[in-house]
Design a protein around this ligand. Structure first.
Ligand SMILES: [Zn+2]
Ligand SMILES: [Zn+2]
Length: 235
């Protein structure tokens, strides 16, 4: 056995490879155990609504008009996909970003294959969430996606005002749209035809919509959104 293989075997004994979702020990080179892989609920590119990005039976676009042109998500916010985002942002597993960005980049290439993006912008965090999590998980995702799809990341285009109550504590669909009013603002101009807005989760779409509005004010002609997961909150 050569030195490198011996090192990997010893390293693997002390730091075994674990499932990103449930923490169970798994084989080298994998990110999810078989069970968690089965609970990834894929949102099909063929049947997803082109506006809100979720599948038709769950879409309520008939009642909403969005500032963004189209949204796309990889998975439903349930099962292991939900765990992945939770572990990534609240468990401070910043090294998950490449794994999540791989799925998101593939999704962008499929769902927005005819769109030429000028810039990527990430949804800015509140000061409170940045302190709580210790890193800007959305910007990190956007950075990884930028490398994968070859579109530059623009920082500091939109800002976030201190905000109360926080979005996940507010109860329903209508309240969420009301709560984000005035939360985001334009910090600098962006001259672009198409901007890709990145976030980790889309629940009602209120946050993405508010940021898309500011991007339009800042000079973007069209805004497209991508998230890792979508859904999980009905009206
Ligand atoms: Zn697992
Ligand atoms: Zn829809």
């Amino acid at each position: 056995m050569n030195a490198k293989r011996l090192f990997l075997r010893v390293f693997g004994f002390f730091f075994p490879n674990v499932c990103f979702s449930c923490g169970r020990i798994i084989g080298e080179g994998k990110h999810l155990c078989d069970e968690c892989e089965e609970t990834l609920l894929n949102i099909s590119a063929e049947t997803a609504c082109p506006f809100c990005g979720i599948e038709k039976p769950d879409c309520d676009c008939a009642y909403s008009v969005y500032y963004f042109k189209s949204a796309a998500a990889c998975f439903y916010n349930e099962g292991s996909a939900k765990n992945l985002v939770y572990n990534y942002k609240l468990g401070r597993k910043d090294y998950y970003c490449g794994y999540l960005a791989d799925f998101m980049s593939e999704n962008i290439k499929t769902k927005f294959k005819d769109v030429k993006f000028d810039y990527i912008v990430s949804v800015p965090p509140t000061a409170k969430s940045l302190i709580k999590r210790g890193f800007d998980q959305t910007r990190l995702l956007a950075k990884c996606i930028s490398k994968r799809i070859g579109v530059p990341l623009r920082s500091g285009v939109i800002g976030c005002r201190p905000f109360n109550p926080s979005q996940h504590e507010s109860a329903n669909y209508k309240e969420r749209f009301k709560n984000v009013k005035g939360k985001y603002y334009v910090k600098k101009r962006i001259n672009a035809e198409n901007v890709l807005l990145v976030d980790d989760i889309k629940s009602t779409g209120a946050t993405l919509d508010a940021c898309a509005r500011e991007l339009l004010y800042s000079g973007a002609k069209r805004v497209y959104c991508v998230t890792f997961v979508a859904g999980g909150l009905k009206s």
